[in-house]
Structure formats: C-alpha cells, structure tokens
Design a protein around this ligand. Structure first.
Ligand SMILES: Cc1cc2nc3c(=O)[nH]c(=O)nc-3n(C[C@H](O)[C@H](O)[C@H](O)COP(=O)(O)O)c2cc1C
Length: 368
C-alpha cells in the first residue's frame, strides 16, 4: 500500500500508505474507527483494554469486515483477559501490537516470531531503551502533552532523546494534529506520527455527542491537565467537576471509591471475586506501579466510561491530550488524513524552496 511520497520504515513495517497512526484509546478506538483510519491510508490500533472477556474475536472480525487493510491491537497485561487477547493476536496474525505496561520478553518473542510488529508507547528514554531490549521493533514516544497516562517531558525534548537512544523506527506522539506536525516529526528524524485525541475528535468516533461537544469547546491547553488523583499515576484529563472532586478526597475515601468501582467493573466483566483478587495481586507483584496505583487502578475504567460513553461530562472523567484545545471541529478520518498529508507536503516543499537550498539534497529525506 505504499509507493507515495511518505514511505518510511514505519509504513513499510506496518503496510500502510501514510506514516499516520491512530493510537489505541479505551472506549474510543473501536472497530469502526480503526477501519476508517486504515481505509484512509493510516494505521489504526484497536483498544482491547475496554473489550470485555469473550469479545476480542468478534471485535477483530468487525474490523476485518470493514477493511482489507492492516491494523493493530493494543492491550495491557493487567486486563482480566490479557491471555485471551494474546492468543487472539497470534491466531488472527494482526499486523502489530502496542502496549504500555506490556508483556514479558518471551511473549514479545512469540509475537515477533509470528511476524507481528511490537510497538510499545513510552514516555521516558529509559523505558524506550528497556522496551527495545525486551524485543520491541518500533517505539512510539509520547511527550507529556499527550493524552492518557503520560510523562512530564514534552515531545520537543523527549523525541530527539529517544531518537538518539534507540536504533529502531520511532513514531512521535503527544500533541500532533495536523500536517505541520507530521513534517516536523519527519524533520526531527522520526518515521511518522501517532495521534489519539485528534482521532477521538472525528466523525467516526463512538464518543457520546455531549462529550465530543465538551472536548471541542475546550480552548485552553492549560485546562487539560495532569492529575494523579484517579489511579495514582500521572494522567491527562480535561478539568471538570469529577476530577476536582477526586482531588479533594482523602486517601482512605479514594481507596474506598476505588473498591466500589473495582467491584462494579469486575462484575460487569463477568469476573469472580477470586479472579479480581488474583488480578490485583498480579498487578501488585509486577511492582512497577506501586501499592497506591494498584489499589486505585479500578477508579479509571468506570469513570472514563461514564464520561466518554454515557456523556456525563461532569460526573465522569475526560482523558485528553492538550491538543484538544487546538481542535475546533470533527472531521472524517479520510478528510483528516488527506489534509494532514497535503499540509505536510506543502510544508516540506516550502522548506525545499528556502533561498540557498539545494533541491536535490533537500529531497533526499525519508519522505522524498
Ligand atoms: C480518551 C483516551 C483514552 C486512552 N486510552 C488508552 C489505552 O487504552 N491504551 C493506551 O495505550 N493508551 C491510551 N491512551 C493514550 C493514547 O493512545 C495516545 O498515546 C495519546 O492520546 C497520544 O497523545 P495525543 O492525544 O496528544 O495525540 C488514551 C488516550 C485518550 C485521550
């Protein structure tokens, strides 16, 4: 599917036309969004974290029914059906997997042996180096302005650091939304861009219309801020009543709320009390998130579902990248990707025409 002016090691590895990735977002990156991205020449990741046990095969079938193009799956090891998702990825030979708190080296080797690209998202240089040591074939590096769980270093600093530290293709994420961003990322030496929030705000997004309106109305990047109050880890949300309420709670009250959310979420997933306990112990044993984060983790899915799916913009949570403040309208995935590619071409061509530039030399980049 390549052969255009934007062929990079990333498009060759993923088999997509343009170096534009739609990242996974729980309750957002569903089969329709993934297929729309892939059909537009980008590469979509299906969010398995919000697919209940027993549902992954049907979700993969729904993507395949809507596109012949390649796509990926995102999951994490602390979802109740992690093993089921891993086996489905291998069975259906999806093109790529993405993950944050991800699988061990043995599982990554199983994916790589099956020809599946392993593409974790990292928010720190040391995590990029460790991910490659564990077997990752592509790194998505997300600067602190990005949505979901996020680090503290902005894309402009983290991207060059990671590019210097690893020798696999690197995809830039965090704050991208237009063709200027794609041109800039390629100029930095990245092989493409990955976007979450921009794809959340498309006409194929399954997010509730009231919630979409709330995102579009947010015009101040500073109002999309990082908080640890929800699950103990830094995560970016649009400031709202629920976020402030959680921040005002005492620690014991927050743990109690988490217990309540955990039980209700676990029951909705069809889990027994014993399997809920086992999952919590597994997360604790992994040790990378700490006790508080493990105990508070169940707060997240219930409240995000309330915000994104039920349209409760006051009582639910609204995860978002700061870039939502720069986005004023919904576009279709096709219109979005077409525009990004056109704008990037314009920027790159303008650079080639700067006085004193040698056209021959200037067009020898990855995008030439
Ligand atoms: C609503 C929302 C849900 C997200 N859910 C997930 C998820 O389930 N798994 C994951 O790895 N990342 C998740 N993320 C992070 C995104 O995949 C992506 O890395 C991030 O949004 C990129 O930054 P940007 O929003 O500035 O483009 C989520 C982000 C948002 C905004």
């Amino acid at each position: 599917m390549t052969g255009n002016g934007f062929e990079t090691p990333l498009t060759r590895a993923l088999g997509c036309r343009y170096p534009v990735v739609q990242t996974a977002m729980g309750w957002v990156a569903d089969p329709k969004l993934v297929a729309a991205t892939t059909n537009a020449g980008g590469f979509g990741f299906l969010a398995a974290a919000s697919i209940p046990p027993g549902g992954i095969d049907a979700a993969i079938a729904a993507v395949k029914a809507a596109t012949d193009g390649p796509f990926g799956i995102n999951f994490h090891m602390f979802q109740p059906n992690a093993e089921e998702v891993i086996e489905a990825i291998l069975l259906h030979r999806v093109r790529a997997v993405s993950y944050g708190r991800g699988p061990d080296a043995a599982t990554i080797a199983r994916f790589r042996d099956a020809g599946i690209e392993c593409m974790p998202t990292v928010g720190a240089v040391k995590h990029a180096v460790r991910a490659v040591a564990l077997g990752a074939s592509i790194i998505t590096v997300q600067g602190g302005e990005g949505g979901g769980h996020t680090g503290s270093v902005p894309t402009s600093l983290l991207l060059p650091q990671v590019l210097d530290a690893v020798d696999v293709p690197v995809v830039a994420a965090g704050g991208f939304y237009d063709g200027r961003g794609l041109a800039a990322a390629l100029a930095w030496g990245a092989d493409g861009i990955a976007m979450g929030t921009r794809f959340l705000l498309t006409s194929e997004s399954p997010v509730h219309p009231e919630t979409l309106a709330r995102y579009l109305k947010t015009a101040d990047p500073a109002a999309i801020r990082v908080s640890k109050a929800v699950d103990g880890l830094p995560q970016r949300f649009i400031d709202n009543e629920e976020l402030r309420r959680m921040e005002g709670m005492s620690r014991p009250a927050r743990f109690l709320a988490s217990l309540r959310h955990g039980l209700s979420w676990g029951r909705a997933q069809g889990m027994s009390y014993a399997s809920m306990l086992r999952l919590a112990l597994r997360a604790l044993k992994a040790g990378d998130a700490g006790f508080a984060a493990t105990v508070m983790a169940p707060n997240l899915p219930r409240l995000v579902e309330q915000g994104l799916v039920s349209g409760d913009t006051r009582g639910g949570l609204l995860p978002s990248g700061q870039v939502a403040a720069l986005i004023g309208e919904l576009e279709s995935c096709d219109a979005l990707i077409t525009r990004i590619v056109r704008e990037a071409e314009e920027r790159l061509s303008a650079l080639r025409q700067l006085p004193g530039r040698d056209c021959e030399t200037a067009t020898q980049g990855a995008w030439a």
